[in-house]
Design a binder for this molecule. Sequence first.
Ligand code: PGA
Length: 258
Amino acid sequence: MRRPLVAGNWKMNLDLAQARELVKGLRDGLAALGPDARKVEVAICPPAIYLFPVAKYADGSEIKLGAQNLYYEPKGAFTGELSAAMVAETGARYVILGHSERRHTIGHLEDDRMINRKVKATIAAGMTPILCVGETLAEREAEQTLDVLTFQLTAGLVGVGLESADKLVVAYEPVWAIGTGRNATPKQAQQAHAHLRGQLREVAGNVADEVRILYGGSMKPDNAGELMSRPDVDGGLIGGASLKADAFLGIIKATLMS
Ligand code: PGA
């Protein structure tokens, strides 16, 4: 059985006081859910500069920490970048890689080769990449969705040994659904997830059946249950709705019930 993972991607949001409040709200909310809450793994991915303080706020709780990025070189003259070892020192277990905002929006657009290097550096440092893949609206309309997913997944995993499922989480994030309020339908999500698992089987054999594939893109408490109930949807990568304790907890509860 795959244990669902609900991960919050805070992106470039919140100040430190708000981060502290949010973690407190999550801790209280999870405690109120009782031991059942452990059936879902919960992670939060704050801006890098908040990793150390947020690790303290979450200390002693079940909440795991993740980073939103890192650089693949181990050290050197890379002004403004963070190595995998530095990120790991904060206590982060997960690293979001290949997010569509880094592929398509932010100045130094990342390509699959760079993402692949980051995946390797993350695993080598003992952390788990959350490798994001997803088609643009134009690609979906041109019926290229499955080809894009195949390419991004296999390119991201070139030379990566996946001997166990804890080495990887995949996130299917259709670009047209991120931050738009327009989520993929459960049927669209299931089709993409099943395809990704099939591709993963080519690379990793039976380990593919244990790797979690998250859905991301305008997931909210009211659409989470239906998405999560699909057989290959193993959790969510949540942007906007992870910034409010109530909404994030609502998604966790919907996951528990699905
Ligand atoms: P969203 O973002 O939930 O705000 O659509 C998801 C993501 O980008 O990970």
